[in-house]
Design a protein around this ligand. Structure first.
Ligand code: SF4
Ligand code: SF4
Length: 169
């Protein structure tokens, strides 16, 4: 129960702020497409699910019972810490809230998102940093603080990618 409470408040492993893609098995592709998920081929041809996932609705997976294996297998560091009883639910939720507050502040410092489909804040920050104008020192510092927090508490686990091969690091 507390694990689902954590994830329902979070959604970061599905909204594109942690990962650009989730690996799919080849036998999951047809079903993913049938459900309207955004399936892409990575460099090398392996199928993967583009994030932000179209099945995510207000931090809830609308395909939970039928989600791909890569989604089932994933648990972030914070999730594992809570599952092992090494952090309380209250403290874990506070970390999630801090991550969302940082992402929201970072979003304020970025150029407006003009894509029809909203792009993840961390992805936009990465590309804005590589652009000619770059990021202001304050926004770059915020981006770095956010990355540190995401690395410390959320990254890790199998079958997901921080970037599709060939995308900028
Ligand atoms: S990033 Fe971790 S806490 Fe957040 S939804 Fe994914 S598994 Fe749950
Ligand atoms: S199918 Fe569900 S669990 Fe998998 S990435 Fe999409 S929203 Fe997340």
């Amino acid at each position: 129960m507390s694990l689902s409470a954590l994830c329902l408040r979070c959604g970061l492993c599905c909204d594109g702020n942690l990962f650009s893609h989730v690996a799919l098995r080849s036998d999951e592709v047809a079903s993913a497409r049938r459900h309207g998920l955004d399936v892409e081929a990575l460099v090398g041809g392996a199928p993967a699910l583009r994030q932000c996932c179209t099945a995510l609705s207000q931090r809830r997976c609308t395909l939970y019972a039928e989600r791909p294996e890569g989604c089932r297998a994933y648990g972030c560091r914070l999730f594992k810490e809570l599952a092992a009883g090494r952090v309380s639910l209250e403290d874990a939720l506070a970390v999630v809230d801090r991550a969302h507050a940082l992402l929201s502040a970072l979003n304020e410092g970025l150029p407006p998102d003009t894509d029809a489909r909203p792009s993840p804040v961390m992805e936009r920050a990465r590309f804005a940093d590589l652009s000619e104008d770059g990021l202001s020192p304050e926004t770059r510092a915020l981006r770095e603080r956010t990355e540190v927090l995401l690395d410390e508490h959320f990254h890790g686990g199998p079958r997901r990618f921080a970037h599709a091969p060939g995308e900028p690091e």
